[in-house]
Design a protein around this ligand. Sequence first.
Ligand SMILES: Nc1nc2c(c(=O)[nH]1)N[C@H]1C(S)=C(S)[C@@H](COP(=O)(O)O)O[C@H]1N2
Ligand SMILES: [Mo]
Length: 182
Amino acid sequence: MRRFVAGLVVSMVGLFAACSSEPAAETGALLTLYGDIQESNRGPLDPLTEPLFNSFGLEVGEGFAVSAAQLARLPQHIVRTDFPAGSEIREFRGPLLRDVIALGVPSGELAVVTALDGYQREIALGRIQAHDVILATQMNGEPLPMGGFGPAMLVWPRQSDPALADMSDDDWLWGVIAIELR
Ligand SMILES: Nc1nc2c(c(=O)[nH]1)N[C@H]1C(S)=C(S)[C@@H](COP(=O)(O)O)O[C@H]1N2
Ligand SMILES: [Mo]
């Protein structure tokens, strides 16, 4: 009995340790904000351990690493729309891009968004404020996969926001990994 109780205590401690491993997951960045931001939780780029940022020449000084858990805790929005343009309607879900960017407390007026294939777009913060563009992390109820649109994708509500009705797919970045504020 005593051995059983001891075993139970050990496994409960193990369970507690497993549960409390959340902070470690918190530090893994799904997305890195950098540039003109007033909030930071990480230091400058380490070329040896951040080869993709390094090869893209991203000038990460102080940065703000946003975890998947942090994105999931922001208010979630659903955008039903076609992507690529003209294809079937799919349901994208994730936080508003402006809420994500606000985590870093930006002071500039431009977001430079980088995807994992090196594709990059400059998007005025004014447009991000004016339109309910989301940083989607899910499509049709499933997390966005790597090799598909993952880990995250900019999705604009062009079906419901008349000002976006005719927009091209240029600013619909899939594979988003970093956003510089300028
Ligand atoms: N990461 C990433 N996102 C992207 C692109 C890209 O090359 N890389 N191309 C954009 C453009 S111009 C279009 S038309 C659509 C479809 O591009 P694709 O055929 O390269 O996916 O995705 C948009 N998002
Ligand atoms: Mo395009």
